[in-house]
Design a protein around this ligand. Structure first.
Ligand SMILES: NS(=O)(=O)c1c(F)c(F)c(SCCc2ccc(C(=O)O)cc2)c(F)c1NC1CCCCCCC1
Ligand SMILES: [Zn+2]
Length: 257
């Protein structure tokens, strides 16, 4: 239970006992109903800088028992089309199992195989710890992952190390690579809404960007993600996604018609 601050995807309803924001009215993820989105001409293409890391850069990859997290250097920044500058902190993944898909966001009720989140904080705050409690504090870039015919070389930079972090709290080093390769090529077509962390403490401080274009990985790469990592009590780490949350009147904007 959430009593001692520990939570699992199994007892999601219990989250709100220990983390009150988890039962708030601006929760994530959501089901994006494309017909109900509002086109907003103000939404500029997402601009990434510093994402192309040299192999000399060593990044920490960690299995934290809930997902696999790649820590990112402070040199990666993004512009969020609201004039704010955001600094990358980490990226992580959500996935399902061979029995079914595991993206967090769904589009017109469709769940995708997996989802990547690149977590950033607003550089007007001096740390993510401070930023994550502020309404304009966080920006997460999300992309939906599908099965395609080819192996995705960008994801291979991470997936080739998964066995090294199979147990909870394991970590390893990954040589730098172009982190932008983990995201779709088209960064100008996306959905935008205000939501939350999808994990306790569920702070409602996230500006979500969900790209319209999906990213393709080979079936083997998806299966590797689904069958390599272990979490609590040596149980396979699978289906680490939260169910869609109510909109409570929120509208989803689209940067494209
Ligand atoms: N989708 S999401 O962005 O809400 C999200 C999840 F859904 C997540 F499931 C996670 S992992 C669970 C939180 C956690 C647990 C342990 C450790 C550790 O031991 O280092 C670290 C974090 C996870 F880390 C994140 N992102 C984190 C949220 C935690 C607090 C802010 C730090 C960066 C974003
Ligand atoms: Zn996430």
């Amino acid at each position: 239970g959430a009593a001692h601050g520990h939570w699992s995807y199994a007892d999601k309803p219990a989250w709100s006992q220990g983390f009150p924001d988890c039962s708030g009215q601006k929760q994530s993820p959501i089901n994006i109903i494309t017909e109900a989105t509002l086109f907003s001409p103000h939404l500029q293409p997402i601009h990434l800088s510093g994402y192309n890391l040299p192999p000399s850069e060593q990044l920490t990859l960690k299995n934290n028992g809930h997902t696999v997290v790649l820590q990112l250097p402070a040199t990666l920044t993004m512009s969020g089309s609201n004039g704010q500058q955001y600094q990358a902190v980490q990226l992580h993944l959500h996935w399902g199992s061979p029995a079914g898909p595991g993206s967090e966001h769904t589009v017109d009720g469709r769940r995708y195989h997996a989802e990547i989140h690149v977590v950033h904080y607003n550089t007007r705050y001096d740390s993510i710890k401070k930023a994550m409690t502020q309404p304009d504090g966080l920006a997460v870039l999300a992309a939906l992952l599908q099965v395609g015919p080819e192996k995705n070389p960008s994801y291979e930079h991470v997936l080739e190390h998964l066995e090294e972090v199979s147990e909870e709290d394991d970590d390893t080093l990954v040589a730098g690579f172009n982190i932008a390769g983990l995201l779709p090529a088209n960064l100008s077509r996306y959905f935008r809404y205000n939501g939350s962390l999808t994990t306790p403490p569920c702070y409602q401080t996230v500006m979500w960007t969900v790209f319209n274009q999906t990213v393709r990985l080979s079936l083997d790469q998806i299966l590797k993600l689904e069958e390599t990592l272990y979490g609590d009590h040596n149980k396979l780490l699978q289906n680490n996604f939260r169910l869609p949350q109510a909109m409570h009147g929120r509208r989803v904007l689209a940067s494209f018609l």
